[in-house]
Structures are given as C-alpha cells and as structure tokens.
Design a protein around this ligand. Structure first.
Ligand code: UDP
Length: 239
C-alpha cells in the first residue's frame, strides 16, 4: 500500500488516501499544539512513539477486550494503514481522577479520585473550542443514532476498564483520556484516532509524576523524556 493524495492534515497527524478506497495511511508528526492551537511546538520523537503505542494498544484492545478498531498494519516508525472511516464528530472523554478542565469546572483539586468513571462528550469543532454536549445534543443534531451512541458509551467504558488495569500493571495511573470513533463503509463502529500521551493523562503510580502532554501544556520540562518513559514502560521487560 502506498501513500496517495493527502486527505487531511491535523495537529498531530496527516492522513493519506491509498489505492484501496477502504484504506488510509496515517502519518504521525512531531508537532504539538495545546489550548486549541494557541501554543505550538515540536516534541522530538513523538510521532514514532505515538504510532507505536497506539498500534500496540489497539491490537490488545481488539484481541483482549473485543473492541473493533481502525488499525490494519504498521508500515514504518511513523506510518500505519487504517480502515477508512467517517469520524463521529465527538471527543469522547473518560475520567477516573479529576484533572484539567474538570478540576476548573468543579472547583475540585487535581488528583481527587472519582467514585465511578465519568463520560463526557465534546463536539469536535475548533472554531467553537470543542464545546461540551450531552446525549440530547448528539441525537438532536444527528451526530449519532441512539444505537450508535449506546455502542460508543459501551466501548468507551470497556476500553477504560481494560486500559486502567493494563497501565496499573506497569506502574501508571490512567487519569483521563480522549477517544474518537468512526464508522466504516459497512456501518461498523470502530475505535479510531490514537491512544497516546497526547490524548491520555498518565501519572506515575508512586511518584505521581506526569508522563504525558501536560508537560508540554504546562512547561514542566523534559517532555521528550516523559514520552520515552511511557514507551519504556509499555515495551520494557518481556512485552
Ligand atoms: N484531550 C485531548 N484532546 C482534546 C481535549 C482533551 O486529547 O482536544 C484529552 C486530554 O489529554 C486529557 C482528557 O482528554 O487526557 C481530558 O482533557 P480535559 O477536558 O481536562 O482538557 P484539558 O485540560 O486538556 O484542556
């Protein structure tokens, strides 16, 4: 499979067409943005790390949690073949511990455990700043049917259970993360986008050190080191 015309360029990835209309190639970049594009930078080696982590986690989610994903085949350090999907225009956020925008919204300190996972939806729209929406908005705007929405919720919570346990096993607390889903041409709902330190909050279970994009967002230093540490935790020793 070879890269054809570029279909899309996002903040952290480019997407290309291929000779197969059902297959795209995603190419991960080292570019980083935060605060809706206001802050820009480069995280050296990020593209390769996010590609490898995402593919590994998607394979395990398919095999061990029964979650359909867009993953097909890793082509190189930064490039991967994925199923062509129509993205549901929602950011699906799952939270286990209060952090980031939820801390501000609820006036509760970061690090406060939640009694049960919290699911949130944001409408994917940069001009509007990805506003939070609920089930009613989603159904009323036709972004998903009731059945599709139930599937998305079920998958998101199952992904959370699987990943919580997986990361706990390598000494990482999964604080919160963002997922995106899409539909293939036959209407199957699949997990798309990425699962990486760009889209998840990872805190070391012992030291509570942040090992994710918050190091870039908040100028905490050693951003590259944090991404490399996540790669080492996931692929180190016997994995
Ligand atoms: N997130 C993301 N993309 C976004 C917004 C959020 O990947 O456009 C992730 C973020 O990395 C975190 C989780 O979703 O793991 C919850 O983010 P939050 O709503 O707290 O927003 P933030 O504090 O990042 O603005």
């Amino acid at each position: 499979m070879t890269k054809g015309t570029q279909l899309y360029e996002g903040k952290a990835k480019k997407v290309y067409a291929t000779e197969d209309p059902e297959v795209c190639i995603v190419s991960y970049k080292d570019d980083a943005t935060a605060f809706n594009g206001l802050k820009k930078g480069t995280i050296h080696g990020k593209g390769a790390i996010n590609n490898k982590l995402t593919n590994y986690l998607m394979k395990r989610l398919e095999a061990e949690a029964g979650i359909p994903t867009h993953y097909i085949n890793e082509l190189s350090e930064t490039d991967t073949e994925v199923k062509k999907v129509k993205i549901i225009p929602l950011e699906v956020i799952v939270r286990n511990v209060i952090a980031g925008s939820l801390s501000k919204r609820l006036g509760a300190p970061e690090g406060t455990a939640l009694k049960c996972p919290v699911l949130e939806f944001c409408y994917k729209n940069d001009e509007l700043g990805d506003p939070m929406v609920n089930d009613y908005h989603i159904l009323a705007m036709g972004w998903a049917t009731a059945e599709e929405l139930e599937t998305v919720k079920d998958y998101a919570l199952r992904i959370n259970s699987y990943l919580l346990k997986f990361f706990k096993g390598i000494g990482i607390d999964l604080i919160d993360f963002k997922l995106e889903f899409g539909k293939t041409s036959d209407g199957t709902m699949v997990l798309a986008d990425e699962i990486s330190p760009d889209t998840c909050r990872f805190w070391d279970s012992e030291t509570h050190e942040k090992l994710d994009k918050d190091r870039f967002r908040r100028d905490l230093g050693d951003v590259e080191g944090a991404y490399k540490e996540m790669l080492k935790r996931v692929f180190g020793e016997g994995r």
